[in-house]
Write a protein that binds this ligand. Structure first.
Ligand code: SF4
Length: 104
């Protein structure tokens, strides 16, 4: 068991960003600067890329650990900013840092 392992979280691989499916995509798809009429379609397109990403679990755990709740933005780990806010609220009392709690 390494420092990132627990029975609650998937084991984290080091260098997982190298395998990110979004690595060569347009950042505007994941982090649109405007909320134009096509924003829902862009969010759906980004989520489809995430759905096939081999490091989705690592990505979601990572963003839940560091994302500033006041600055949530874009699609990360297959979730919208609103979905991550809901996830954070539902797991606020989870003891793992990635879900909003303090490490035991
Ligand atoms: S889950 Fe989505 S945002 Fe995260 S690395 Fe994969 S493609 Fe990129």
């Amino acid at each position: 068991m390494n420092a990132h392992s627990s029975r609650f979280l998937p084991p984290l691989r080091t260098g997982w960003r190298d395998a990110a499916a979004c690595g060569s995509t347009d950042p505007e798809l994941f982090f649109p600067l405007d909320g134009g009429e096509d924003a829902p379609a862009r969010i759906d397109a980004a989520k489809r890329i995430c759905a096939g990403c081999p490091v989705r679990a690592e990505c979601l755990v990572d963003v839940m650990a560091w994302e500033d709740p006041a600055r949530r933005w874009g699609v990360v780990g297959g979730t919208s900013s609103e979905e991550r806010a809901d996830l954070f609220a539902r797991h606020r009392d989870d003891p793992t840092p990635a879900m909003g709690g303090a490490a035991a």
